[in-house]
Ligand binder design. Sequence first.
Ligand SMILES: [Zn+2]
Length: 281
Amino acid sequence: MSQAPADAAARRAVAPVICYPNDTLPVPDLALYAAAREGAEKIAEVVVLPREAACFRVGAGEFFRISSVEGPQVGDLNLWNADDLTERFYSGKTRALHGTHVTRGERLWSSFPHLRAMATIVADTLEWYGIDDFGGSVHDVIGTRCDPYTGNLLSGVQYHHCCHSNLTRAVAEELGVSLTEAEGHVHDVLNVFMCTGFTRDTGQYFMKASPVRPGDYLEFFAEIDLLGALSACPGGDCSAEHTSDSAACYPLMVEVFRPVAGALRGWQSPARNGYDRSHGR
Ligand SMILES: [Zn+2]
């Protein structure tokens, strides 16, 4: 243990500043999105089976809703630009811009060099939850995705239905590529409905039973053409563990809605990031 300096208390007392004040981010026109959603027609539905994953596609200007249908269940979401899989959801930058958990009005941002909004959250029935007394909240961008490598590292188990593996299999099937190639596309997720935080005393990542119930949903507006993959986590509501078949697990539903023509007048799919990297990075 290192020795505290004489002015330790003064150094600790320095007030924090926000790393990325986000009041200059482009503001989504939620009223326009809501109006467009009013008359939107459901065009697709995908049911994600427990301890499996499924892919879905959403066009720019369409909506997709992830719903709890049979019991408390969390989902691990990956998103890609449907036309360029190198542009994918960047959970770390989304966290830096919006905080540890996301909700209505916040956006999912894409990887470098694109760094633009891929999707905007337009509805969240768990918005009421806020931040609980443990520092927990829902829909986190602080976890990764449960994976078999960490399970093996910590427990020596060989488990094949972690979200990482489920997403890999779903992507391989969707794209018609090998599992090895598909695995390279899988990335850190938005943990939909998962209730998580960091312990105050040790700073460790924690989870607790999700407050989600059948009928709850998280809904997004697709800012660009998207390929999505969603895994129904083997942890179920993630109240206990997630790298085994011991938790009760339920399906999740993804629905896609298309607004009527002209309903999004004035909206434009965001351009790729304007930073000119020819001058150095
Ligand atoms: Zn998982």
